[in-house]
Design a binder for this molecule. Structure first.
Ligand SMILES: O=C(O)CCC(=O)C(=O)O
Length: 262
């Protein structure tokens, strides 16, 4: 899938681009069916919700799981991402945020780049975050919310300490809400919704967050950060949360997922 000049201009202006149903239903179904097994697996790089047992996030599963590896290399993800950043890319991190029905907790308002800069040594925000819907995302199951055009006007003046009180995600640096309030009031909020296979491409400075999932429907979303190969992040503060294989990622056709079903 090739983005049009208009879509690229919209991304640069708004700090995000929503592409509904970018991955066809039959292909994303392979991923969705597989994710339930993955979420049940015991791995070191898994973060639990506050109850200690519900899985909140699965980190960098593409490193050991063939389905997730093929999923994140889908051409509908990689080709637009390369157009938006303008260079070859490598996988900086993949986090499957499963936000389980009834139990999935919130993500506070934040930008991604401050953590990547301070903890991971990413020199510039020359990367893109692809939020790929593995389940349908509705207004009920904790959609990602964004402040449009916030990437153009905000950079956290002071980098907050890790939050250790509100969520169990161990690497969140969340600013005081007073800092984001003026741009929220000025620009409003939006929350793209759509079927599994839809993708939000998001700038690393876009302010975003999401509420808890109080619905009976899971909301798994793959949060995949693809960084420019010219902007390698070599910091090791966040340990296995960050990938250090700087090989340019190669895209695969969607048929690579269908092959797995025999
Ligand atoms: O999964 C979500 O709703 C939010 C995830 C997020 O904030 C992130 O990946 O930076």
């Amino acid at each position: 899938m090739k983005l049009t000049d208009k879509q690229i201009a919209l991304y640069n202006e708004q700090g995000y681009l929503f592409v509904p149903e970018a991955i066809p239903a039959a292909e994303i179904a392979v991923v969705r069916d597989h994710v339930s097994d993955l979420v049940g697996a015991t791995r070191d790089a898994v973060i639990a919700e506050a109850d200690g047992k519900t899985i909140r996030s699965v980190l960098n599963a593409h490193e050991y799981d063939d389905v997730v590896d093929r999923f994140i290399r889908h051409e509908a993800v990689i080709e637009p991402a390369m157009q938006l950043v303008g260079t070859p890319l490598y996988t900086f991190q993949s986090i499957l945020n499963v936000k389980r029905a009834f139990d999935g907790a919130q993500w506070q308002w934040h930008q991604d780049y401050p953590t990547y800069k301070v903890d991971d040594g990413m020199k510039e925000p020359r990367a893109v975050n692809a939020m790929i819907f593995v389940d349908e995302v509705t207004e009920f199951n904790g959609p990602l919310m964004m402040v449009p055009a916030s990437h153009a006007s905000l950079f956290m003046p002071e980098i907050p300490e890790y939050d250790t009180k509100i969520t169990t995600y161990p690497h969140g640096r969340y600013p005081d809400v007073e800092w984001v309030k003026p741009v929220m009031l000025a620009n409003g909020l939006l929350a793209p919704k759509g079927p599994a296979g839809s993708i939000i491409f998001m700038h690393l400075l876009t302010v975003h967050g999401s509420g808890p999932n109080m619905s009976p429907w899971h909301r798994s979303v793959m949060s995949l950060t693809l960084n420019s190969v010219e902007n390698k992040a070599e910091g090791t503060v966040r340990g296995p949360a960050v990938c250090h294989d700087y090989t340019p990622i190669r895209s695969l056709p969607g048929s690579a997922l269908l092959e797995l079903t025999g």
